[in-house]
Design a protein around this ligand. Structure first.
Ligand code: FAD
Length: 364
C-alpha cells in the first residue's frame, strides 16, 4: 500500500530544501522536518536591529556553475557583495587573499617581480623538499613571512593543534596572486541574497509541508512509516546509533554583540591571525548587505572541539575519521529506501554551491 508521502526529508537545510523543491516540481508529495525551530540549516539569518545576522557563521554564496547561479536566482535576488577579508596580525592590517596589496604591506614592494623573488627566496631558504607537517608544507609553498603572519596562528586556533602536529595534506595549495586584487574567490559569480538567506528558503519551501522542532530520532518508527523514501541530511553516525563509533567535528562558539555605533570595523570579515587572540574572526554582518542602520551587530568566532552541546560544523580531516566515515558510507550505500545527502550525512565539507549542484544532478 502506498504511504502518505513519497518523500520524508529530514533536515530543512540547503540540501533538504532544494531536494524538497525538486521533488515537488516532479509532482511528488513531500514532508520536510527539522529538529531546529526554523528552516535554513546553517544559512539561517536572524534579524537584529534590522540587520540580517548569519546565526551559524558568515555565509557568502559563490560559484562558477552557471546552472547553480541561475537556479538560486530563481528564488531570490543576490547583491554584488564581493568577499575581501582583512587580516589583523598584532594590530597591523593585511589584505587577503595573498596578493600584491598584501606584499606591499609585508615588504613595501610594488612590483610582481619583486614579490616573486622574495617568495621564491623564502620558499627555498628552509630547503624543505618533502613536507612532513602543515608547517613545512605552508613554508614550502609561500615562504616564512606569509606563513608566520597570516597562516600559523589562524590555523592553530582553527584546528586546536600546533601546525607542526597537523598533517601536511590539509593544505594542498595556497594561492598567491600577483595582482592588486582583494577578491577572495576566483568564482565567476558571488553575492548575498538581498534581505538575507531566509528569503531563499521561503521561496524554495513555498507550498511544502514543513514541521520544525521535530527530531526524526524522537519517533523514528512513526516517521519511517510515513513515506516511501527518506532523504536524510542529519549525521550519518547518528542514523546508525553510533554503532561503529562517533565521528568527530570541529565546532565554533559565536559571541555576538549589538553596538551602539553605525560602523565598527569597516569590513564584513576580519581574521585575527595571531595565536594570542582566542577568536579567529570578527564578522560585522551589516556589511554583507551594505547596511546603513544606526547600530551594528558583530560576532566573534571561537573554534572548539564539538561535543554533545555544540553544533557539528567541520568534519575532522584525518585518517581515523575518514576511515570510520567510509565504514558508515558502506552501510548507507546498502539502504534501499534512504538517500543520504549533504554535509552531515556524507561527512564531507561542501560549499553551498556544491550542495545545490549535487541535488540538481539527482534523477527524481
Ligand atoms: C561556519 C561555516 C561557514 C560557512 N561559510 C560558507 C560560505 O561562506 N560559503 C559557502 O558556500 N559555504 C559555506 N559553508 C558551508 C555551508 O554551511 C554548507 O554547504 C551547507 O550548510 C550544507 O547544507 P546541508 O543541508 O548539507 O546542512 P545543514 O545546513 O546543516 O542542514 C542539515 C539540517 O538537518 C537538520 N537535522 C539534523 N539532524 C536532524 C534530525 N535528527 N531530525 C531533524 N532534523 C535534523 C539540522 O537541524 C539542519 O537544519 C559554511 C559552513 C560553516 C560551518
Amino acid at each position: 500500500m502506498s504511504k502518505q508521502y513519497d518523500f520524508l526529508i529530514i533536515g530543512a537545510g540547503l540540501y533538504g530544501s532544494v531536494f524538497a523543491y525538486k521533488a515537488k516540481q516532479a509532482g511528488k508529495k513531500v514532508l520536510i522536518i527539522d529538529k531546529r525551530s526554523h528552516f535554513g540549516g546553517n544559512l539561517y539569518c536572524e534579524n537584529i536591529e534590522g540587520i540580517n545576522v548569519h546565526k551559524y557563521g558568515a555565509h557568502i554564496f559563490h560559484t562558477s556553475e552557471k546552472e547553480v547561479w541561475e537556479f538560486v536566482n530563481l528564488f531570490t535576488e543576490f547583491n554584488r557583495y564581493t568577499n575581501s577579508p582583512i587580516a589583523n596580525y598584532k594590530g597591523k592590517i593585511y589584505n587577503l587573499p595573498f596578493n600584491m596589496n598584501t606584499f606591499y604591506q609585508l615588504w613595501g614592494i610594488k612590483t610582481p617581480d619583486e614579490a616573486k623573488t622574495i617568495i621564491e627566496n623564502q620558499r627555498t631558504e628552509f630547503g624543505i623538499t618533502s613536507p612532513k607537517n602543515l608547517e613545512e608544507q605552508a613554508i614550502s609553498l609561500v615562504g616564512n613571512d606569509i606563513y608566520e603572519i597570516l597562516i600559523k596562528g589562524y590555523t592553530e586556533k582553527q584546528w586546536g593543534r600546533k601546525a607542526s602536529e597537523l598533517p601536511a595534506f590539509i593544505i594542498k595549495r595556497l594561492p598567491v596572486r600577483f595582482t592588486f586584487n582583494n577578491n577572495y574567490f576566483d568564482d565567476k559569480y558571488q553575492g548575498i541574497p538581498i534581505g538575507g538567506y531566509n528569503n531563499l528558503f521561503e521561496s524554495l519551501l513555498n507550498g511544502i509541508e514543513l514541521k520544525c522542532n521535530t527530531d526524526f530520532f524522537e519517533d523514528r518508527d512513526f516517521f519511517e512509516s510515513l513515506a516511501d523514501k527518506i532523504v536524510y541530511t542529519g549525521k550519518i553516525d547518528e542514523f546508525y546509533n553510533y554503532r561503529l563509533g562517533k565521528l568527530e567535528y570541529r565546532s565554533l562558539r559565536f559571541e555576538s554583540e549589538i553596538l551602539d555605533m553605525s560602523n565598527y570595523q569597516g569590513n564584513a570579515v576580519i581574521n585575527y591571525t595571531d595565536v594570542e587572540i582566542p577568536y579567529t574572526r570578527i564578522i560585522e554582518h551589516k556589511h554583507f548587505e551594505f547596511g546603513t542602520q544606526d547600530k551594528t551587530v558583530i560576532t566573534r568566532e571561537f573554534p572548539l572541539e564539538a561535543n554533545s552541546d555544540s553544533e557539528p560544523y567541520y568534519p575532522v580531516n584525518d585518517k581515523a575519521n575518514e576511515k570510520l566515515a567510509q565504514q558508515y558510507r558502506s552501510l548507507s550505500a546498502k539502504e534501499e529506501h534512504v538517500h543520504f545527502g549533504g554535509r552531515l550525512a556524507e561527512y564531507k565539507y561542501f560549499d553551498m554551491d556544491q550542495i545545490v549542484y549535487n541535488v540538481l544532478k539527482l534523477n527524481l
